[in-house]
Ligand binder design. Sequence first.
Ligand code: ADP
Length: 858
Amino acid sequence: MVNTAAAAAQFEDRLYTEYDLKGRVRLAIIISMVLFVSFLLLDWIYTPQYIRTFAIIRFSVAGLEFLLLILSKRTKSHRGFLNLAMTMVILDAVGIGIMIQVLGGFLTSYYQGLNIIVMGMIVVIPFAFREAIFLYVLTWAVYAVPSFIKVFSGQAPLVVNGASIELWRFVINNLFFLTSIIIVGAVGSHSMDSTRRRELRSRIQLEQTTGQLQESNAKLKTLDELKTQFFANVNHELRTPLTLMLAPLKVILEGRMGKLEAGLKDTLETMLRNGYKLLKLINNLLDLAKFEEGKMRLKIKALNFIEFTASLLTSVKPLADQKQIKLYFQHPPHDIELTIDPDQFEKVLLNLLSNAIKFTPRGGKITVYIEDKDRTVSLIVEDTGIGIPSNMLESIFDRFSQVDGSMSRAHEGTGIGLSLVREIVALHQGKAQAESELGKGSRFVIDILKGEDHFPPDVLDRRQEEQPVGLRRRTSDTQEPRVQDIVTDARRLQLVDLERVDIEGPSAATKTHDALILAIDDNPEVLKLMKILLSDEFDLELASSAEKGLAIMREKSPELVLCDVMMPGMDGHAFSRAVKADDGLKHIPIILVTARTGADMLAEGMQAGADDYISKPFDSVELKARIRALLRIRRVESELAMVNRNLKMRTSDLVDQQRSLFLSTVKSLVSAIDAKDEYTRHHSTRVTEFTLKIAGRMGFSEKETSDLELASLLHDVGKIAVPENILNKPGRLTDQEFALIKEHPSRGESILRPVVELKDISRVVRAHHEHYDGSGYPDGLKGREIPLGARIMSVADAYDSITSERPYRKAASHRFAVKEIIRCSGAQFDPEVIEHFLEISNALVQEQDQGPAAGGGA
Ligand code: ADP
C-alpha cells in the first residue's frame, strides 16, 4: 500500500518534471500579466470612460500575479506550482468577471477573455482532470452567476434594430459559446493529461525492460568471462599432468630406461598416441579460449609462403600415401613473400589438410593451390572427398560444428579445427571460405593480404620470448615440462588423429583359451585396448567393421561378440539384427559397446537382438564379468539343448518299447481268439504270415508292414463277441447264427477304434470281408475303396480257410485253394493281389514238394 502510494507520488512527480510544470507555470503567469496589462489598449479604445477603473483592476491582477511569480521562486513541490497556477487562473477569471460587470454585464464582448483563459489552460498548464474541471466551473460561474442575477432582476428587454429582444436570450447566446468552449477545453485537458500519463508509463516500462536487459547482459558478460577463465584454468590444469605423463612415457619409449618387450612397447605407444590426441584437443580448446577472451596475439614475420606450404605438405604426404591419396601442389614459379604468424598459420594449413585426408576416400586426390593476386594471396585446399551440404558451408566454421552428428559418423573429430582456422585467418585480417559439391569434393579458400600494414597494433605480440600456446603463464610453469619438451615435432601433434594403427586379425595364432571372442570397432585404438584387456583370459579375433565381423563369425564361429554401436557403414544395431536373422549365427551372444547411454539407446540395442550392453569408457573388470556371465548362460543353454536331445531320444525309445509291449499283448490276445476256435487254431498267425509275404512282394514300407501285421493278427478279434458254440458248430448255421458271425469285422473295428494308434488298422480289420466286386460285407465296398491291406488279407484269409479243417468240412488241398482263389479273381479278390499271391503260392508248392506240408495245408 505504502509502496503503491509512494510509487504513485513518484509517478506524478516525474510526470510534472518531464512536462516542466515549474517553467510552464512561470511562463503562464508572465503571459497572463503581460496580456492583462496590454489589454488596457483595448479598454482605451473600447471603453475610454472606464479606463481608470480598468487600469486599477488590471494592475491589481497583474500585481498579485507578480507576487505569485515571486512566490514561485520559493515553491519546491509540483503541488505548490499547481496551486500557484490555479490561483493565477482564479485571479484572471475574477478580474475579467469584475470588468464584465462594470461594463453592464453579459452584453459586453469582454466575456471572450474567459475563453482565452480556457484555451490557455489547455495549452500551457498540465492540469489534472479534477483541477481543470474546478477551474472551468469557476470560469463559467464568473460569467453565468451575475448574468442570471441581472436577468431575474427584471431589466427591460433590449431593442436591437427596432426589435425588442429579452435579456435572457443574450445570456443564453453567450453562455452557449462559453459552455461549448469549456466542454472542448475539459475534453482536451483530459485527453492531453491521459496521453501524457500513458506516454510516461510506456517510457517507464521501456526503461525498466532496458534496465533488466542491461542487467542480464552484464551478468552474462561476467559469467562468460568467468567461464572463459575457468575453461582456460581447467585446460591448463589438465595439460600439466598430461605433460607430466607423456614426458616420461616418451623417455621410456626411446629406450632410455632399458629395452622394451614388443607387446609392452606397443601398449606404451598407444598410450602416447592417445595422450597426444588429448593434448591436441586441450591445446585447441585453450586457443579457442584465448580467441574468446580476445587475448590471442600474433608473432608475425615475413617468409616465403611457397616454401612454408611445401614444407608442411612434406609432413602430410606420408599420411596421404597411407590412404593412397594423391597430393598435388600448384603455385606460381616466383617466390611469394607473406607476413604471417608461422606457428598459427601452420595450424590453419594442417587443419585443412588433415580434414581433406580425413574426408577423402582411398584413392582420392588433394590439390593445394597458391594464387598470387594483386593485393592478396589465395591458399586453396581442394579435395575429391565426400563434400559438405550447401546449407552447412557457413556453419562448419562455427565452434563444435560437424556435418553429420548422426550415429553413422564415420570420422572422429570435435568440430574445433575449422573454427580455429577462421579465427586465426581473421586475426591475420584475411578471409576463410568453403565451397563444396556433395559427393564430389570440397574447396577451402583462404585469402591473405600482402604486406603488414593491415595488422592492427593490438593483435601483434611484440615480445621476443616464446609463449606456450594459449597458456597463462604462472611461476610454476617454468619448472614443468612444456609442450615443446615432449612434442619436438609439433606437426605430429596436429596430425595425430590421422595416424593409423593396424590391428585387425587374431590376437594369437594358436588357441590358448576356452572361449574365442570377436571384437568389432572402427577405432583401432579401442580394438587394441580390448586386446590388452581381454587376451589374458580369452582368444580374440578383431574386426574393424561389422561387415568384416560377420565374415569372421561365419568362418570361426566365436563364442561371443563385442561390437561398437557407432560405426561407419553397418552400425552395431544393424549388425545385431543381421546376426539374429542368420540361423547359423543367432545363438552367438552379442554385447554392444557404446559411448552413448540412455534408456532409448539400450532399448534400441536390445530390440535389435543384442544380449547385453556396456558403455564406454568401460571398466575391464565389469567387461570381463559380463563376458563370463554371458558365456556361462550360453553354456548352460547348450547343455540344456543336449539334455533336451537326449530326452527326445529316450522318449522315442520308450515309444518303441511301448509298441513292442503292445504287440506282444496283441499276440496273446490273438492266441486267446484262436484258442476259442479249436478248428481255426493258429489261423490268425498263419494269415498274418501269408499276408506279410504278399505285402513284402508289393513293396510295403516298414511302417505299413508293421501296421498290416497288427491288422492281420487282429483281423478276427471281433469273434470274441461270437459265442463259441456257434463258432465250433459242426452242422449248418442258421441264418441268425450266420448273421452273428458276419458281424465280427465291424465288432473288431469297434474294439480297436478307441485306441488312437490302431485307427488305420481298425479300418483294415473292418474291411477284410469286403469283396472286390462290392458283394462283401459289412459296407459293400468296391475295388480300390477297400484298403489294400484288407484286399491282401482277404486272399490270405481265404487260402488259410480253404486249406484248414472246419467243423462243417474237411481241409482242401493247396491246389484246390489256389484254383478257387483264381476263380474268384476280380469277383471276391483283387486281381493284382492274386498275381503276387500266385508267385508266393508257387514257392509254397515247391516247399511242399521238398518237405512236409506247412500249417493246415493239403
Ligand atoms: P572436426 O574435428 O570434426 O574435423 P572441423 O572443425 O575441422 O572439426 O570440421 C568441422 C566439420 O566440417 C567436419 O566434422 C566435417 O563434417 C566438415 N568438413 C571439414 N572439412 C571437410 C572436408 N574437406 N570435406 C568434407 N567435410 C569437411
